[in-house]
Design a protein around this ligand. Structure first.
Ligand SMILES: CC(C)(COP(=O)(O)OP(=O)(O)OC[C@H]1O[C@@H](n2cnc3c(N)ncnc32)[C@H](O)[C@@H]1OP(=O)(O)O)[C@@H](O)C(=O)NCCC(=O)NCCS
Length: 216
């Protein structure tokens, strides 16, 4: 029997994942767990919103054996990390998603539970951690090392040999110049062009990117 998956979080990002999983066609979707109780009993794209996280305790009874984090993000990736840890703590395996229209080198390594969305490109020698989103049109060039729980947002580009620390966010359409390091949980604003290393827990934005007076 193929995998049966539960989606943790039922917002807009979950829509994209439902579409991807259905297009790949190997995994059955059992339902969605969502913190907003007003949505319990409803459906998202014909997939039932079963209830809250507490249902994970006996999710095996529904035949579920794997999970995917359905939450996207615009900066703080800690909620995504929390859901990933919750899935593991409940003995489910993380589902890794590679959309048929993503281009992923066979010389790249992709961590468990990561999501390569339509039009993304992961080039040779890149190493992607666990629970990473490379969103639509995102590019991770050769030899980049991307930590766990990172979000490379829509259309963002990492030139070659960039290192991205755990939990960082690279904003939509941003570009990071080659060989730079983006620290843990740093946030790169949408549209930024990063030409210097970014320290951990720092928010940068603009062209060229400069720190904003905000702590990530
Ligand atoms: C950088 C960012 C995290 C800052 O968010 P915030 O803390 O809510 O900051 P604010 O919107 O209050 O803006 C603070 C200041 O930074 C400026 N600023 C915010 N984002 C900026 C950006 N991307 N580029 C340039 N300047 C930016 C604002 O104009 C504002 O300037 P001011 O103080 O002179 O008015 C956010 O704007 C951003 O770009 N997030 C990424 C979103 C993203 O990737 N979405 C895609 C998901 S797929």
């Amino acid at each position: 029997m193929g995998d049966v998956c539960v989606i943790l979080g039922g917002g807009g990002h979950a829509r994209v994942l439902i579409d991807c999983i259905q297009m790949i066609g190997r995994t059955k979707l059992a339902g969605i767990l969502e913190y907003d109780r007003t949505r319990w009993g409803q459906e998202l794209m014909n997939i039932p919103i079963l209830g809250g996280d507490d249902l994970l305790a006996d999710i095996f009874a529904r035949g579920v054996n794997c999970f995917v984090v359905g939450l996207g993000g615009t900066g703080n990736n800690q909620p995504r990390q929390r859901l990933y840890d919750l899935g593991l703590a409940n003995h489910l395996k993380p589902l890794t998603i590679v959309h048929p229209a993503a281009v992923c080198s066979r010389w790249a390594k992709i961590g468990a539970g990561s999501q390569l969305l339509p039009g993304s490109i992961i080039n040779a020698g890149a190493v992607i951690g666990v629970n990473v989103i490379v969103n639509s049109g995102g590019i991770v060039e050769h030899d980049c090392i991307v930590g766990d729980h990172v979000h490379i947002a829509t259309g963002a580009k990492l030139a070659s040999t960039v290192r991205v620390g755990d939990g960082a966010h690279i904003g939509a359409g941003a570009t990071v110049r080659q060989c730079l390091t983006i620290g843990e949980r740093a946030i790169v604003g949408a549209g930024a062009v990063v030409v210097k290393n970014v320290l951990a827990h720092t928010v940068v934005a603009g062209v060229p990117a400069r720190p904003l007076n905000i702590v990530a």
